[in-house]
Design a binder for this molecule. Structure first.
Ligand code: SF4
Length: 415
């Protein structure tokens, strides 16, 4: 992470993000139909239209947090009555909209014609987008995704596919454009190819010392959120995987003195990436993997790539709605984490309890007990809000991380 800006993939990432926002604003100004989507809404669908573009409020909120202005934007939402207990992404976004994106590092998002959320991650998202629906008077389409306790049932998949068809019909009616399913298929193929490279990149965490840190993977998620289904998406993740392979082959590791291999559970602490990675590196510790990034491209918590076989693209997009952690039941979450801990040779787990994101955090105490009881894993629970620095204590966090390292040392001494 410390060397992120010096890598070719780091510089390329900055360009991808800059391009995505520049293009979004330019095309909106030229009259494109603009959709605001939740991160789990499959953006590949919009590639089927000639002139539909999308913005992702959650991703924009993360950029604000990473740039150190998350709290500033949250306070704007709090001043107009939103509770500090609400998700900080929602507060950042509502705060940004309240003053027309005044402080946004990306000049905000262009005004939407349609809002599309889903119930996949959490019900708060639908309520959050409903705020914009009411305030801006813009239609809001909600995709209902069944909760995920086990492999997806065919009936659930069909139910989601039917809603994708309905979404396409709504956009066709509102925008006057036709959706070309062949273009959607091409976009799904490109995403699939890029995901293959992403998984290769994540796979370098299996090396000892690890070829990556989870902090690198957090930062490198951005194209998955804003550039899926494009050639640029494939090119970026290929560059990232190939450059990482070269660095590993030449013995260039992010934490060369790696003594403790840790695993992160929950959303990235956007406002602490640099400090946390550098401080841990000084202690010889590396957070080598995270549930937040390893779930991308798999299904039901699996670390492995769930490939697109070339069939109905909407069926594949519906099948992969089960990729993300928040909708998973306890059994899936525990199995997924146990697999990652084994695969990555993890010494300790950092459960980042996040009061902003209750769906991610609600099972963590039970999961911590299971990982200790069944797998004997050392772990610690820390308090981190992903985007609101006011709910973070550096002192408390590192006191607990130091305790985790001591616990790992003690276990090693006792054999
Ligand atoms: S509460 Fe969690 S899952 Fe829901 S929008 Fe916020 S960060 Fe996403």
């Amino acid at each position: 992470m410390a060397s992120f800006q010096k890598t070719e993939a780091g510089r390329h990432l900055s360009m991808v993000v800059r391009d995505a926002y520049t293009r979004l604003h330019a095309r909106a100004a030229e009259g494109a139909f603009v959709v605001w989507i939740a991160i789990n809404v499959p953006a590949e669908i919009f590639a089927g239209f000639d002139n539909v573009v999308y913005g992702v409020p959650e991703s924009h909120a993360a950029v604000n947090a990473a740039k150190g202005i998350g709290a500033l934007q949250c306070e704007k939402a709090e001043r107009i009555g939103y509770s500090m207990d609400l998700c900080s992404y929602a507060r950042i976004d509502i705060g940004c909209v309240s003053d027309n994106f005044k402080d946004s590092p990306t000049f905000g998002l262009p005004k939407p014609h349609l809002l599309v959320s889903n119930t996949n991650n959490c019900s708060l998202l639908a309520k959050w987008f409903d705020v914009h629906h009411r305030e801006m008077g813009i239609p809001h389409f909600i995709i209902d995704v069944p909760f995920c306790y086990a492999p997806q049932k065919t009936g659930d998949r069909d139910y989601i596919v039917a809603q994708f068809h309905e979404l396409i019909r709504v956009i066709e009616t509102m925008s006057g454009q036709r959706c070309d399913m062949e273009k959607v298929r091409q976009a799904v193929s490109l995403t699939d190819e890029g995901i293959g490279w992403w998984k290769r990149f994540l796979g370098f965490a299996e090396h000892r010392p690890s070829g990556i840190t989870a902090f690198d993977s957090f930062v490198q998620m951005a194209p998955f959120l804003i550039a899926r289904g494009t050639k640029q998406f494939v090119a970026h993740y290929r560059l990232l995987a190939e450059e990482t392979a070269r660095r590993v082959a030449s013995g260039d590791f992010p934490v060369p003195g790696e003594q403790y291999r840790l695993f992160w559970d929950n959303i990235a602490p956007w406002h602490q990436l640099r400090d946390m990675s550098e401080t841990l590196e000084e202690k010889g510790a590396n957070i080598v993997g995270a549930t937040y990034t390893s779930c991308i491209g798999g299904i039901e918590g699996s670390f492995d790539h769930f490939p697109y076989g070339g069939g109905d693209p909407l069926a594949h997009l519906a099948r992969t709605q089960n990729a993300y952690v928040c909708p998973h039941g306890m059994a899936l979450r525990t199995a997924a984490m146990a697999d990652a801990v084994k695969r990555l040779n993890i010494d300790g787990i950092v459960f980042a309890g996040n009061r902003s994101c209750k769906p991610y955090s609600i099972t963590q105490f039970g999961q911590q007990q299971k990982m200790a009881g069944v797998f004997g894993a050392s772990s610690v629970m820390i308090d981190v809000d992903h985007a609101d620095v006011r709910k973070y204590s550096r002192e408390n966090t590192f006191t607990r991380l130091d305790a985790l390292i001591e616990n790992i040392d003690m276990k090693r001494r006792c054999g």
